[in-house]
Design a protein around this ligand. Sequence first.
Ligand code: ATP
Ligand code: TPS
Ligand code: MG
Length: 303
Amino acid sequence: MSDEYEFLTLLRSRIVHDGARGLMDDVAVLPLGETRLVLTSDTIVEGVHYLPADPPADIGWKLAAVNLSDLAAKGARPVGCMLNYALSGDAAWDAAFLGGLHDMLDRHAMPLLGGDTVKMPAGSARSYSLTAMGESRGVVPSRAGAQAGDRLYVTGPVGDAGIGLDLARADPAASGPLVDAYRRPRPRLSEGMLLAPVVSAMMDLSDGLLIDAARMAQASQVAITIDHVPLSPALEKARGASTAVQMAAARAGDDYELLFTLPRGVAPPVRAIPIGHVSSGAGLTLMIDGAAMPLPERLGWEH
Ligand SMILES: Nc1ncnc2c1ncn2[C@@H]1O[C@H](COP(=O)(O)OP(=O)(O)OP(=O)(O)O)[C@@H](O)[C@H]1O
Ligand SMILES: Cc1ncc(C[n+]2csc(CCOP(=O)(O)O)c2C)c(N)n1
Ligand SMILES: [Mg+2]
């Protein structure tokens, strides 16, 4: 059991408010008059979520994108956010970070409303947090609604960011679509809004397809089978499409695509790739090229 899983289990035992969704979802949801407030908070840590040599504008972009992605997963419209910032000691670096943060926020009309600024002890790794608020006037899909018989989809291929991270680690000046997928993820907000009214369950892919699908199965109390690991042309060109490459892509994380289920016979209203199905029971099955694969001990990212 990971430290994170153990801590979340402890937190869950103390949760009493319905708005927390049992801490089994991407967000909290608070009814507010006619609408629902959708709340999420994500932190990125130097050396854990980004590389110290990553360009500051990309780090700011990524902080905004990972938070917006949780709103996308619930079909929420961004309404505002709060930033917790640790000064770098380099004013130009801080300005570039804010430039990238605002690039991403502006694309989705997300106003920055406030926050807090601190200084860290010299030499300590830095971390940045954003709390994002969205609103929804319709259904806010959860991870828990997948039903036996549903089909499983993803809004795009997985694994690009994982290879992008390897490339950026090897050469901080590396560029191209895979490095971009790692440094400049694109949260699927318009897709999420179109999907929210029709899906039975939805979440974003941050920790890896396998672990996130296993979480959806657990929250929905169903079994999920993945029979296709979708790879991008760029990834196939760089690494091929062997079983090992597909397995790595399914565990890599940082994808920020939407994973969702639809009743059989309902066509997705956005471009999406069918990757499996839901059945009664529990747990996750992975098929690659028609063969059931033993699941790796670690399905994805867990702290
Ligand atoms: N320190 C914490 N205090 C209270 N709730 C927490 C804490 N950490 C996580 N949670 C809650 O646990 C649930 C799962 O969180 P998790 O971070 O795994 O989801 P996520 O934000 O979708 O994932 P990711 O961080 O990979 O984007 C959410 O409801 C989240 O609000
Ligand atoms: C330098 C560096 N090393 C590894 C990774 C990969 N990674 C770290 S945490 C995480 C899941 C999301 O985190 P959380 O669940 O905390 O939101 C992923 C995919 C990275 N992005 N940067
Ligand atoms: Mg999420």
